[in-house]
Unconditional design. Structure first.
Length: 365
């Protein structure tokens, strides 16, 4: 008789459960013993921030900023954020085998870049991995670059010039169900988006926003990518984020207006655009029925974390959605951050209940 039939029923049930868990492997939250924080840092060996999480080759890869101490004076242009390289972090889908990979790209290896390796993102197509990153060029203007590798952890080789037509910061990519790829980007204040409102860079432009409280707020930008994933396939477009009334969000509506960090995820036919509100420290979200929008503001995705910035990504691992984010638990300094993650769910009506991960009072704003 086949030995399979000699296994007791209880052991068969256990084996079936284990097999099921393996199929839908997903990481457990790292619960923090310090009750001021919901989650513990993912790593502590280096400071990391602005996590963009992706599933590649059966592993979770996190593309993050690498925070360092620069001694620069803190100001509203982000002068104290002068990152110089990227390390990719990866782990199995169940959270095991956590790795900090060697430097994947350094600013000194990018011919056109001078400084400020801020929040990156990555994408994969036809065996090639694409790292998208902002950096200041020799004229102190933010552009967006592309570097490629055959390995999701790098090392990456940067193209000799930034993407034609690119500007500002916080590139994020979204590949739709039909294979079409899009890039979303932009950030005001130090991200310089307000200096591009005329269509050309204004070196004497505002260092914050357009300064008219009752005018529509500055909006993020997006463009479809060519099949080669290296170039825009169309003119850059402004995304509209509207209030539920259908009216534009105004500059003065700081709790809900776009500041930086656009990110897209999709549930069935609904596109979720989430973003940071910057100086009000929220993560907000809006929904639309196509990748171009318009998007309608729906509410708060993430409440303020400890530290001035709030920057995130969303990813589905197994059957569970996760928010990757950062705070300043380890250093207590707003420019030396640490990546974390937490679970979240979509309600039956598609809404998302605000995610709270900080319960203390020492905000470090």
């Amino acid at each position: 008789m086949n030995n399979f039939f000699k296994i007791p029923c209880k052991e068969l049930l256990l084996l079936a459960c284990l097999a099921s868990l393996k199929i839908i492997a997903q990481p457990s939250e790292l619960i923090n013993p310090n009750t001021d924080f919901k989650n513990s840092p993912l790593i502590s060996e280096i400071f990391t921030a602005d996590p963009s999480a992706h599933l590649f080759e059966g592993r979770v890869y996190i593309y993050a900023s690498h925070d360092i101490e620069t001694g620069s004076i803190e100001d509203d242009t982000g002068n104290h954020f002068n990152m110089k390289d990227y390390h990719v972090i990866s782990m199995n889908k169940d959270g095991s085998d956590l790795k900090i990979h060697p430097v994947g790209l350094s600013v000194e290896d990018v011919k056109w870049a001078k400084s400020r390796f801020w929040a990156p993102d990555a994408a994969h197509k036809d065996g090639t991995y694409y790292l998208y990153f902002p950096a200041k060029d020799k004229d102190e203007i933010f552009r967006i670059g592309v570097a490629t590798s055959k390995n999701p952890a790098g090392p990456f080789k940067a193209r000799p010039k930034p993407m034609n037509g690119s500007y500002s910061i916080d590139p994020s990519t979204f590949i739709d169900d039909d294979g079409s790829a899009y890039m979303y980007f932009g950030g005001i204040w130090g991200g310089q988006l307000q200096q591009w409102e005329s269509g050309e860079f204004d070196p004497k432009g505002s260092l914050t926003d357009l300064g008219v409280a009752n005018n529509p707020a500055i909006m993020p930008r997006m463009a479809k990518l060519k099949n080669n994933m290296l170039e825009f396939d169309e003119e850059v477009k402004e995304i509209q984020i509207l209030k539920k009334s259908g009216e534009p969000i105004l500059t003065k509506e700081l709790e809900i207006r776009f500041f930086e960090a656009p990110w897209i995820h999709k549930i069935k036919d609904v596109y979720y655009l989430s973003y940071s509100t910057g100086d009000t420290h929220n993560l907000a979200y809006a929904t639309g029925d196509n990748p171009y929008g318009p998007f309608t503001y729906q509410g708060i995705l993430g409440e303020p974390v400890q530290g001035w910035t709030n920057h995130h990504s969303t990813i589905k691992i197994g059957e569970q959605w996760y928010l990757f984010y950062h705070d300043t638990e380890i250093s207590g300094k707003t420019h030396l951050r640490n990546v974390k993650f937490t679970r979240f769910d979509h309600n039956p009506d598609g809404s998302i209940s605000p995610i709270k991960t900080y319960f203390g009072s020492d905000w470090k704003f």
